[in-house]
Design a binder for this molecule. Structure first.
Ligand SMILES: O=C(O)c1ccc[n+]([C@@H]2O[C@H](COP(=O)([O-])O)[C@@H](O)[C@H]2O)c1
Ligand SMILES: Cc1cc2nc[nH]c2cc1C
Length: 361
């Protein structure tokens, strides 16, 4: 049962999310079993094809129009020295993305995907980027508060962050078949580990990594900060909005909202690395059926990511040791999602191609 929320917009979105369609899954499985190859010989791609059919209720799942949505936010806890980089890098990297020079620009263009940039809570103001149409303004605050001293944000702001993500999904759904989540926010691996610890119930030390490149002492300090923030705020593990408000971030909430909004429109959404998956865990807490619409694009090198994917029951499609964020792993995985759809739509069956089937023993 989805939890009671503080917003009728959220409740309406939760109610619109229903599981994958089993009839379409069965139809896809039947066709895939007849395709000209030894049984299920394209492995995980075939399971992905079944998911796409169940999500889109089609044996021709539309996936051509691909989009990475990059949510931008800053974090009060960054003042505790939990990142290897200064907070200014959030804005500097956003401008780099606008100019086409970031990792996501390279990988999204290779995948033939659009990029949408959304400011949900960066410290800086970007009125020039908003005026030029390069950035969508959904700013909820100028960075969160320091979760070591109290909640990162109010519950009202947590609701607004999730709503912002849903609004973006709604706005883009007509021009998008396949979504991906991305983010930028210096310090955001710290709240992501905190969210992961509350939701998976695993120890902070197992879920906390070096982020942008902390050394051993930096990592030990970061673990202590996450543990202290959890002690201070004591988030309710049953309440996704409480977790988001107390130890989350604006972009984590907006990512959760984007995933929920995509699921409500029956669109698959490829989730990127550690931070995006923390957003996915929040979305799952708010409405568990959302899981059916999530594809885990790649496994992040951050140690907390694998337990989070396992909690969601998802196997990442790619393992490339990536830890950039921005949606880069998800954009790469777009190629595999398109490949899975093509297996379903372009391969012939044994009967269609007059190929002999396997011998019966
Ligand atoms: O996607 C990941 O798994 C990932 C892992 C480590 C770092 N990042 C990116 O690096 C930034 C956060 O790292 P940090 O060390 O500042 O917490 C943020 O902008 C993320 O996009 C992303
Ligand atoms: C340079 C840089 C680029 C990034 N992209 C996403 N997170 C990032 C963090 C840093 C530090």
């Amino acid at each position: 049962m989805p939890q009671i929320s503080a917003s009728s917009f959220l409740d309406r979105t939760f109610r619109a999310i229903c599981p994958q369609d089993n009839e379409w899954r069965d139809r896809a499985r039947a066709r895939l079993s007849e395709l000209t190859m030894p049984f299920w010989a394209l492995g995980d791609l075939m399971d992905l094809a079944v998911d796409l059919a169940g999500i889109t209720r089609s044996l021709h799942p539309p996936v051509a129009r691909k989009r990475v949505v990059v949510m931008v936010g800053d974090h009060g806890v960054a003042t505790e020295g939990v990142s290897q980089y200064p907070v200014e890098v959030t804005g500097q990297m956003l401008r780099n993305m606008v100019n086409g020079g970031a990792g996501i620009n390279a990988l999204a263009s290779q995948a033939g995907a659009e990029i949408t940039l959304v400011d949900v809570g960066a410290k800086e103001d970007f009125s020039d980027l908003v005026a030029s149409g390069a950035l969508i303004a959904k700013k909820i605050g100028h960075g969160t508060d320091n979760m070591l001293l109290g909640p990162a944000m109010s519950r009202t702001h947590a609701v607004m962050a999730v709503e912002a993500g849903i609004e973006i999904a709604n706005q883009l759904a007509d021009s998008t078949d396949l979504f991906a989540t991305g983010e930028i926010g210096i310090g955001n691996t710290t709240p992501s580990s905190a969210v992961a610890a509350v939701i998976t119930g695993r120890p902070v030390i197992e879920l906390t990594g070096r982020g942008t490149g902390l050394d051993d002492a930096g990592l030990a300090h970061k673990v202590a900060v996450v543990e202290a923030a959890l002690q201070k705020n004591r988030p309710d593990a049953k309440d996704g909005l409480d977790i988001l408000a107390k130890v989350g971030g604006f972009e984590l909430g907006a990512i959760a909202g984007l995933i929920l909004g995509a699921a409500a429109k029956r669109k698959p959404v490829v989730v990127d690395g550690l931070i995006s998956t923390a957003g996915a865990l929040i979305a799952y807490k708010l409405e568990p059926f959302v899981r059916d619409f999530i594809v885990c694009g790649h496994g992040s090198a951050e140690p907390g990511h694998a337990p989070m994917c396992a909690f969601l029951g998802k196997k990442p499609l790619l393992q490339l040791g990536m830890r950039l964020g921005e949606g880069t792993g998800a954009a790469l995985a777009f190629n595999l999602v398109e490949a899975a759809a093509r297996v379903l739509t372009q391969m012939a069956t044994f009967a269609e191609a007059s190929v002999s089937t396997a011998r019966k023993n």
